[in-house]
Design a protein around this ligand. Structure first.
Ligand code: NAD
Ligand code: DAU
Length: 353
């Protein structure tokens, strides 16, 4: 079949990437979607079992930092567009091992940019390099205010510093070589297929197993939560209609203090597991704070709404309930990803508490 476009999605076996691949494969049968993923601890092909046999989908195992391999992949497929999600994505792991974040997030992004430029440089028409980034590049907010697209960068963790650096390289390729790039910076995602080292799936898993729920510091840090499928829809809209060289902030208009979110989750879990009200909340355990822990993130996503018509579609309490239902119905997935290396990570991360 002659496909209208060939799109490379990097990190498509991860949490957000798998939702993006599913959306693109199902919505655009005339596009060929190639999912490139190294399958680190965070990548899991079971996240895509429902689309793995689709005619317009193919998986390639590989590393974005391997320049020779990436060059030949671009030569073979002559991608029209790249949607770049592959990254080391967990702040706590970046504190334990910053260099891995520099290599994957900074060097890996540059390797992809370079391969795209080499293939596209004689004719950029119809081409696009879309870099998926985070609100963490903006640093932390006080009690008021929101991050806009013009908020100065002020990253504090090795993770956010590596994402900020990769954003700068993407803009540099636009400004220096005229590459058609677009960037989005999104707030915290939640939903199905999220690896249980991040707050919501970790808490669901621990509550299910009657284990302590580790809350960092006083639990007063604020995050702005977005349903992952709403993020995937935003990515689709920006991929097709975003302006070259532009940045779009994506967020849920949905701020929660960690401790309030955990209490809501405990109530939902008590209800779903038919436990006595208050049972799960007894598991809340305050533990040593994350070093350099940003206090508050909140996104102003009005530009995306005004210019491209996107807005979040899922109410947080309903989304959280659906997320809990998904994890309880997919015990096998959870058991599979929490076996082996997960146990070692968990013991090291929470050892001192
Ligand atoms: P994730 O950790 O679940 O998935 C990352 C994927 O990248 C995994 O499948 C992994 O195997 C793959 N990968 C890692 N290193 C690779 C390499 N060297 N080569 C090829 N593949 C590699 O991450 P996520 O939460 O789905 O985040 C995806 C992207 O979105 C990241 O760039 C992240 O910075 C960004 N982001 C995440 C959130 C969030 O709340 N999770 C919010 C905003 C932005
Ligand atoms: O804001 C977007 C970012 O959101 C993404 O760029 C990152 O890839 C993603 O991991 C996420 O980063 P956070 O650090 O905000 O997510 P995490 O789930 O790790 O933590 C959410 C909040 O909960 C944060 O304030 C730290 C706190 N926390 C986290 C864990 C894992 C706890 O209190 N206890 C925990 O055990």
């Amino acid at each position: 079949m002659n496909y209208q476009k060939t799109i490379l999605v990097t990190g498509g076996a991860g949490f957000i990437g798998s939702h993006v691949v599913r959306l693109l494969v199902n919505k655009y049968p005339a596009y060929r979607i190639i999912n490139l993923d190294k399958l680190t601890y965070a990548g899991n092909l079971n996240n895509l079992s429902d689309v793995e046999h689709a005619d317009n989908y193919a998986f390639v195992k590989g590393d974005i930092t391997d320049a020779g391999f990436i060059t030949s992949l671009f030569e073979e497929h002559r991608f029209d567009m790249v949607v770049h999600l592959a990254a080391e994505s967990h702040v706590d792991r970046s504190i334990a091992n910053p260099i891995e974040f520099v290599i994957t997030n900074v060097v890996g992004t540059c390797v992809l940019l370079n391969a795209a430029r080499n293939i596209w440089k004689d004719d950029y028409s119809g081409k696009r390099f879309y870099h998926i980034s985070t609100d963490e590049v903006y640093g932390t907010l006080g009690e008021s205010g929101l991050f806009t697209e013009t908020t100065p960068y002020d990253p504090h963790s090795p993770y956010s510093a590596s994402k900020a650096s990769s954003d700068h390289f993407v803009r540099a390729y636009h400004d220096t070589y005229g590459m058609p790039v677009v960037i989005s910076n999104c707030s915290n995602n939640y939903g199905s297929f999220q690896f249980p080292e991040k707050l919501i799936p970790l808490a669901i898993n621990n509550i299910k197993n009657m284990k302590p729920i580790p809350v960092y510091g006083k639990g007063e840090n604020v995050r702005d939560w977005l349903w992952v499928e709403d993020h995937a829809r935003a990515i689709d809209v920006i991929l097709h209609n975003g302006k070259n060289g532009d940045t779009y902030n994506i967020g849920g208009f949905n701020e929660w203090k960690n401790i309030d979110l955990i209490h809501l989750l405990c109530r939902i879990m008590d209800n779903k597991l038919q436990r006595e009200p208050g049972t799960s909340a007894k598991l809340i355990t305050y533990v040593t704070d994350r070093p350099g822990h940003d206090m508050r993130y909140a996104i102003d996503a009005q530009k995306l709404n005004r210019e491209l018509g996107w807005k979040p579609s899922v109410d947080f309490e309903q989304g959280l309930e659906k997320t809990v239902e998904w994890y309880l119905a997919n015990q096998h997935w959870l058991e599979q990803v929490t076996s082996g290396a997960y146990k070692q990570y968990y013991e090291q991360q929470y050892a001192t508490n």
